[in-house]
Design a protein around this ligand. Structure first.
Ligand code: FES
Length: 572
């Protein structure tokens, strides 16, 4: 018996009411039930151009569901637009997850295809579906096209940050700045660099939660239609087989995801999303594994900001299937991918990369791991560095802190000619973590002070409890935990304190004696809440710290309770 049959099969008034509701929406359910009802959770929205290509894929998903013998029901879900949503789309990732979980729980759905693309929509959708354990696959909308500016291709995000520094240094005039704006409005789809969207799409394939070979297909490419159709068909097969991809998504799947994250030089945000997704599934997840497992994985994807190409180039080189083939024995062979074949079977049958966007193992973009996890007196529960986009000469460094205790203060002071700062300083941004901001915005890539830009400085050591965009770069220690707003030592740093980092040794320390720190800690006061009502109050009361992925404590699985607490199906 299907889950949806509890709603639609039978001869009483309740079943009739449900059939009438579905038939009125054009969904031809039978009196006896027996056809899987598959939701299409669509996050396409004009508020979020990254997700607009999903509109073109709905019909193909629907065709696949029908071809598989199911019934398709499309419904809208919140769209988390990274560029427009303030203070950050991350503040609403858990809300999208709740929306999807509760929609699946409360409606007659047997499975779902999740249409998502922009950074937070993929993890939010997967987290919500994971909590129900219903069969689900994600379909992403692909990367947007690129365009030429001043002789080079523009990579989303990365190019803007780079040219903004040039503008502030006085090397880009007004006309150039306007020309750049026109170029950057380059079309619909996700960022075409290795931002969080591309990273999470790729990792969805590795976790067995997306059809293999689909995650790097550019927006508007006809192959995306075939992939979307296959996802629809496959979810019906999974429902009929009584299987959920989430049951196969275990510790080995997450370890492989962390290895691939290193091999693509992916977004630091993915570590948070993987931690949160693993938490939903009750799978142990250790943030240190991103560093430990990654040290033996070469960075092979030559894509900005760690490399020089774009996601389109990675796709043309063979995409994830070819990458899995090159990684071969570096991945655990057992985890199942979404088509039911193992990772090892995929690696054995993989096509050879057809271009240099997937480097051979003996000629990587970088060796020794794309990330470092550091701990110490400034980050007792850890902080994360994207080594692949950091300056090698800054990986070991000692400098005097220049402290900003809020984003507003940082924006107001960073370009002040009177700011006491030099290239050896360590810029510290505190109070911007999950509770502090709230929502942990991508403020961690603190701008280089203008007077240093004018001297030619392009990177400095920066430390923050905020995140940074996957399209960003620099020697930036992120996700410092515990964050300043809950009493972490980051909130006790003062201008002029010595900060010492040693990325390879895994250390991040504040060189202030314990007595002085205790004095500062005793004077510390918890900041007032952003609001005492609504979502902000719920968020600040329940969000966890970075090592647990900033999920809500009340959304973790409860021992002894079924993943999906089924509703009573009676008169409404
Ligand atoms: Fe949406 Fe980058 S801003 S994917």
């Amino acid at each position: 018996m299907l889950r949806s049959d509890r709603w639609v099969s039978g001869d009483d008034e309740v079943a009739m009411e449900h059939r009438v509701a579905l038939r009125s929406a054009g969904v031809a359910v039978d009196r006896q039930g027996g056809r899987p009802v598959i939701g299409i959770a669509n996050s396409a929205s004009e508020l979020n151009p990254c997700n607009l290509p999903l509109r073109d894929l709905v019909g193909a998903v629907r065709d696949g569901i029908v071809a598989g013998g199911g019934l398709a029901v499309e419904f809208p879900v919140m769209s988390l637009g990274e560029d427009l949503m303030k203070p950050t789309a991350m503040l609403y990732r858990n809300l999208l997850a709740i929306e999807i979980e509760e929609t699946l729980r409360s409606y007659p759905l047997d499975g779902v295809v999740l249409l998502a693309n922009c950074d937070k929509t993929v993890p939010g959708a997967l987290m919500g579906a994971a909590s129900t354990r219903l069969p689900a696959l994600v379909v992403t909308g692909g990367a947007r096209p690129s365009c030429q500016f001043r002789g080079g291709r523009l990579g989303s995000g990365t190019a803007l940050w780079r040219w903004w520094d040039e503008r502030r240094a006085g090397d880009l005039d007004d006309a150039g700045w306007q020309e750049l704006e026109a170029c950057l409005a380059e079309g619909r789809g996700a960022c075409n660099t290795m931002g969080t969207a591309s990273t999470m799409a790729i990792l969805s394939e590795i976790l067995g939660l997306a059809v293999p070979g689909t995650s790097t297909i550019p927006s508007g490419d006809a192959r995306a239609l075939a992939g979307a159709r296959r996802a629809g068909e496959r979810v019906v097969e999974l429902v009929r087989g009584g299987e959920s991809p989430f049951s196969h998504c275990g510790a080995g799947s997450f370890r492989n995801a962390l290895r691939v994250l290193n091999a693509i030089g992916g977004s630091t945000n993915a570590v948070l999303h993987l931690a949160a997704l693993a938490g939903r599934l009750g799978v142990p997840f250790d943030v240190d594994d991103v560093d430990r497992l990654g040290r033996s994985v070469p960075l092979l994807a030559d894509v900005e900001p760690s490399g020089s190409g774009l996601v389109q180039d990675l796709d043309a080189a063979g995409g994830v299937p070819a990458l899995v083939g090159v990684l071969g024995g570096m991945l655990e062979p057992e985890p199942l991918l979404a088509d039911g074949r193992t990772t090892g079977e995929h690696a054995a049958a993989a096509p050879l990369p057809s271009s240099g966007a997937i480097r051979p193992v003996d000629r990587p973009v970088l060796e020794g791991g794309a990330f470092r996890v550091v701990r110490g007196t400034l980050a007792p529960d850890g902080a994360l560095l994207k080594r692949a986009s950091a300056s090698p000469e800054l990986l070991r460094h000692r400098g005097r802190a220049v402290v900003f205790n809020s984003y507003e203060e940082m924006r107001a002071r960073v370009d002040d000619p009177g700011l006491e700062v030099d290239a050896s300083s360590v810029l510290v941004l505190a109070g911007c973590g999950p509770v502090g901001a709230p929502g942990m915005p991508e403020w961690g890539m603190i701008p280089i002070p203008r007077k240093l830009l004018e001297e030619g400085v392009r990177d400095m050591v920066r430390v923050s409890d905020a995140r940074m965009s996957g399209t960003s770069y620099g020697t930036v220690y992120l996700h410092v935990a515990p964050e300043a707003a809950v009493g972490g030592p980051l909130g006790l740093v003062r201008d002029g304190d010595l900060v010492e980092v040693d990325a390879d040794a895994g250390r991040l320390d504040l060189l202030v004696d314990a007595e002085e720190l205790a004095r500062r800690a005793s004077a510390w006061r918890r900041p007032a809440p952003a609001s005492r009502r609504g979502w902000l109050a719920l968020y600040q009361a329940h969000v966890t710290q970075a090592p647990k992925g900033c999920d809500f404590d009340v959304l973790e699985p409860v021992e002894g309770e079924p993943a999906l607490v089924e509703p009573v199906v009676g008169r409404s």
